[in-house]
Write a protein that binds this ligand. Structure first.
Ligand SMILES: [Zn+2]
Length: 594
């Protein structure tokens, strides 16, 4: 289950990135003069300052009247502008290079990727080599889940020994931390915690249903995402809820049914929010504080669940930056999101309670991280972080505290305050220049005049050009739909010809992403049109010859067709490109045993 393939995009994207980089101001030294610096560490706002950026770092900050700019530097008059550190979105799932551009255009110069795969590690390498325009990345292992993982492609563990091995592998693969998930059994979760401690790597994610939020925190969980387990632990009914969770987990493990709130916990749903015990809550927050367990509430995600039925919510202007295919899948009018819509009524009071919890935790001194869970419906990369900041303020944080959740707190969390987190000499020059003071109104973080990424200045016209490119790509017609219509009407050969004509003559007019071929191929497989599917996967191989996933899909179609040799050949090719392809390994073994 591959998300995207940066290396394959390079041919297209490198051109775009190179152009953008060329348009960005490139002089060695940049000086911002007459700027107002917002001290996100809580110090006084500094007016009429000059900031010298040499290479990729902030080298000097002084009053403008005392400051003399080096003769070769490029001076940017920032009178009336406000400078804040580059923002971090601490919970994202980028799907394409365009998502990375959206982060930068919105002043997000750092992201924590919550499901890391080899593509993410590859993009980080490209980024560090200066070949990919992207924010700094702090990257998780793949999702580690129990015997019946929620998401296909997760790493499933069923024994303590397996749990320890995955920690080992995550570390070897270069992950910054291990991502744990909801359906991990207790013993395996605790084994991960123990092994992580031994290996000196942190773990974070969902509090599994098999443990309480206190236990997860005591076991050393570095951050809890989406407030998982928090409400349950605060409730006067927590003992009953813990039992209900266990029953749900048993049910999940025997039926494989996918749910986040299983039937047993669901029976308590309304009571859970009404039975929050202030004393229990205080004790829990003390545990978080003592253990240094951070919270990433992802209010943007929870608001989406509680608002998706509201037409005023789903018309957000930033949708034009989301690919048509994804937009379709988000639309509550489509059946795939029916269950989301049905749950809206239940989610509304829950969301209000989430806001209260976040305010209470901030007050109690629990570390809060701004994270959005982009990739989910209406959580649009880059834009969503500004929504999250607004929601944190709506919850009761001050604008300064909200800013800290996206600046100083992430720097502290990733243990790199040398490079990140504040506007100070010596730190990397990741900065956002605003037209208005974000401490007056948090919405002012959206009034972006310029972004500085590792010392490189992107002015407003450059950011607008980046956004226009993303919008143009997002609004291309999905090729899968076009080819499907042709297959229905004139057959597969006409569709193959049409593809070749369009890719040669109207390359920019259609969305030729790998997922278009994969989805179309599987759509045909499900319709028992196996030979048509094979032709579509062949097109995919032609377009994406370096993608293990595309060979895996072709192999599957050959297998369905009874072509054992061709299936074996393509699974082998897939494994050659990605030896970690677990599905490929399994299928190949099966075929060879026949
Ligand atoms: Zn997530």
């Amino acid at each position: 289950m591959k998300k995207w393939a940066p290396l394959l995009f390079l041919a297209i994207f490198c051109v775009a990135a190179a152009q953008t980089i060329a348009q960005a101001k490139k002089s060695a030294d940049i000086v911002l003069t007459h700027v107002t610096i917002i001290d996100v560490t809580g110090g006084p706002t500094l007016r009429d300052m000059s900031v010298l950026i040499a290479g990729n770092r902030i080298s000097k900050i002084e009053s403008t009247n005392k400051f003399s700019a080096p003769p070769t530097s490029e001076v940017i008059d920032a009178t009336g502008k406000f400078l804040i550190p580059g923002l971090w979105d601490m919970h994202v799932h980028p799907h394409s290079p365009q998502d990375l551009s959206l982060f930068i255009a919105n002043g997000i110069t750092g992201i924590r990727i919550m499901w890391g795969d080899r593509d993410d590690f590859a993009s980080r390498k490209e980024r560090d080599a200066g070949r990919l325009l992207a924010p700094h990345m702090y990257i998780a292992s793949p999702i580690i889940d129990g015997p019946k993982p929620f998401w296909p492609g997760s790493i499933s563990v069923s024994t303590e020994a397996e749990a320890r091995t995955v920690v080992d592998r995550a570390k070897a693969a270069g992950a910054d931390f291990v991502k744990v998930y909801s359906f991990l059994p207790r013993e395996e979760f605790l084994a991960i915690a123990d092994e992580a401690k031994k290996q000196n790597i942190s773990f974070a994610g969902h509090v599994p249903m098999s443990v309480s939020a206190q236990e997860a925190s005591d076991a050393g969980m570095k951050s809890i995402e989406h407030l998982t387990g928090v409400m349950q632990a605060c409730s006067t009914l927590s003992a009953d809820l813990d039992k209900a969770s266990e029953a749900d987990l048993d049910e999940h493990n025997s039926t494989g049914e996918r749910f986040f709130e299983g039937p047993h916990v669901h029976a308590f749903h309304e009571q859970m929010f009404a039975t929050c015990d202030p004393e229990k809550a205080t004790a829990l927050y003390d545990v978080f504080k003592r253990n240094g367990t951070w919270q990433t509430p992802t209010l943007t995600l929870w608001r989406m669940f509680s608002s998706i039925n509201d037409p005023a919510f789903t018309v957000m202007p930033a949708l034009k930056f989301v690919p048509i295919r994804e937009r379709q899948s988000w639309d509550p009018a489509n059946r795939s999101n029916q269950s989301l819509a049905e749950n809206t009524a239940l989610s509304k009071p829950e969301f209000q309670k989430d806001l209260q919890l976040v305010a209470a935790m901030q007050k109690a001194g629990v570390g809060i991280l701004a994270g959005t869970d982009t990739g989910n419906p209406y959580c649009i990369p880059g834009f969503a972080l500004h929504d999250e900041l607004k929601l944190l303020v709506q919850a009761g944080l001050t604008p300064l505290q909200a800013l800290q959740a996206a600046t100083t707190n992430p720097a502290q969390f990733i243990a790199n305050e040398n490079d990140f987190g504040a506007v100070r000499p010596g730190k990397l020059a990741n900065l956002v220049l605003l037209d208005a003071n974000p401490l007056d109104a948090i919405a002012n973080t959206t009034k972006i005049r310029g972004v500085i990424l590792d010392g490189q200045f992107f002015d407003r016209p450059t950011l607008d050009a980046m956004l226009a490119k993303v919008a143009a790509l997002a609004n291309r017609k999905p090729i899968g739909d076009v080819l499907f219509a042709t297959i229905q009407k004139d057959g597969i050969h006409a569709a193959v010809d049409q593809y070749h004509l369009l890719v040669a003559t109207q390359h920019d007019g259609y969305d030729f992403s790998e997922n278009e071929f994969v989805s179309l191929g599987y759509r045909l497989l499900h319709m028992q049109k196996v030979t048509d599917a094979i032709e579509v996967f062949k097109l995919s191989v032609e377009a994406y010859p370096q993608s293990y996933n595309t060979y895996d899909s072709l192999a599957e179609a050959y297998m369905d067709h009874g072509d054992r040799d061709l299936a074996i050949q393509n699974y082998r090719k897939s494994l050659e490109l990605n030896p970690a392809n677990a599905n490929g390994t399994k299928m190949l073994q099966k075929l060879l045993a026949q």
